[in-house]
Design a protein around this ligand. Sequence first.
Ligand code: MEV
Length: 318
Amino acid sequence: MPVLFKKAPGKIILFGEHAVVYGQPAIAIPVTRVNATVRIFPNLDSDQADIRLQAPDIGIDADLESLPSDHPLETAIRLTMGELQLDRIPPLTLQLTSTIPLSAGMGSSAATAVAIIRALSAYLGKPLPPDVVSALAYEVEKIHHGNPSGIDNNVIAYQQPVYYKREHAIEFLTIEKPTHWLIADTGETTPTLETVSAVQKLLTNDPVGYGDIIQKIGSIVQTARSALIAGDLPGLGQLLDENQRLLEELEVSSTKLDILINAARNAGAAGAKLSGGGRGGNMIALVTEENISAVESALIEAGAKRTITTLLTPREDR
Ligand code: MEV
């Protein structure tokens, strides 16, 4: 039996991915149906190394020292010990499992870091608050893709809907009217590093043209903020579709994403777009209680590997 376990949820970006890297706002919500879980067991056998790391999903069963010093899991542990000002800790095994799809836009890397930091600090008797957890997870995110905006670590560490803009105080959204979201996985994966670098290249080659697209995405996010709070379905639907069109111009959609997005729209979704880095991964559709089953069936028929429903509700309902 583990003596302690902690979880961290997945996330979806509703509006503003990629543009958020360049200082525009974005909106993201946690998805608690999927999560990264860290269990910690004491190692009573004193011959064991201080920390044994087991992550069966990615084939790791190793002593911490044997991992490269820039390994994200090693970094999350080292940063936590640094924050707690500990050089040595009682021998332990840290076991990581996750139901969040990898490289699919749902925050798997940030959730893994957050779960490790939460579990290890709690196990060592000094649970860290969300702002510190988020800041440490951000450092780990830098390993995954050099220039993360910081939205993933924040929405996951705070587990609340966020309106996020780099270098600005994080804003938590107080939702007034619930909205239903369907998430569908293309089954294709592309690391965020790759799509963020591709967009960076476009911007370097044509700063005015692509800068304009980035700004237009930012304007959509500003309008979407109040539409989301009010649960304005037609307004949100239109903004999702406009955001998707601009993401297509940034060349981060894919044939499979386009197929799923069209299938959702044709089956009655108010709007749909890719979510996260793109070029595969997940798409999202705004649905209602009445059409959710029809849209879900259409997505499966169109080739979605899995669907997840998530209800964004006022805080007291969560
Ligand atoms: C990744 O979830 C979202 C991106 O905007 C990258 C980032 O914000 O760091 C593509």
